[in-house]
Design a protein. Structure first.
Length: 221
């Protein structure tokens, strides 16, 4: 698979240099690829060429993950002018990417934790909390802190604070239900739950810089 992906990179780079009539950008992680185009006709020609290229190696594009969408700085205005709705979103590496605007009204790429990824994470946490139901409360708190710290380390990107806050609230509720079940109480006093949450669960904050700062690096050469 690694060799096939390397061959794809070389082919895509050659296509960009020889065939593209406008700007083109390729972002790939393993076999997940997003390709952006300045011109729609380039996008359609590239998709046809890529499909034919993969068929030469008995490979095919995933039918549910492969699509052309209008996205970017001018997508919302162009679609509104043609009487269409908001630009479509797409998923990449655990995030939903959205055409948004800043407080100043400028275009802003928004990243939000995918709902299905958060739902799956919370389901796993629920099952693990049941396994750890009879652990001492501080031990549960230490474990949950580690889990949430790892989650924030990946998902704490600009524009995603609401999803991080919602994740923390869901974890708090899962922990409350576990403690109620362990103590055979119909309802735990919320004040105690809030105190446990404040003591053990880290408050979400943005850890990663904006992309323009993250990639604004000059090589020493």
């Amino acid at each position: 698979m690694a060799r096939q992906l390397y061959v794809f990179d070389l082919w895509a780079q050659r296509w960009r240099q020889r065939e593209a009539t406008g700007a083109m950008i390729i972002v790939r992680y393993a076999d997940d690829v997003v390709v952006g185009f300045e011109r729609e006709d380039d996008a359609r020609r590239f998709l046809d060429a890529m499909r034919a290229r993969l068929e030469e190696f008995a490979l095919s594009l995933h039918p549910d993950k492969t699509r052309l969408i209008e996205f970017g700085r001018f997508a919302a205005a162009n679609r509104k002018q043609r009487g269409f709705g908001k630009p479509e979103t797409f998923a990449f590496l655990g995030f939903t990417l959205i055409c948004g605007t800043s407080r100043q009204g400028r275009f802003q790429l928004r990243r939000k934790t995918r709902r299905d990824r958060m739902r799956a994470k919370l389901q796993d946490l629920k099952a693990e909390l049941r396994r750890r139901m009879h652990w001492p409360t501080p031990e549960q708190g230490k474990w949950l802190r580690q889990v949430m710290t790892g989650h924030y380390a990946y998902f704490a990107v600009p524009t995603n604070i609401r999803a991080l806050t919602a994740f923390r609230l869901c974890v708090t509720n899962l922990w409350r239900r576990t403690l109620e079940r362990r103590g055979q109480r119909s309802r735990l006093v919320w004040g105690r739950v809030e105190k446990l949450s404040d003591d053990w669960l880290p408050v979400p904050r943005i850890l990663h810089p904006w992309p323009d700062r993250r990639f604004a690096v000059n090589h020493p050469r």
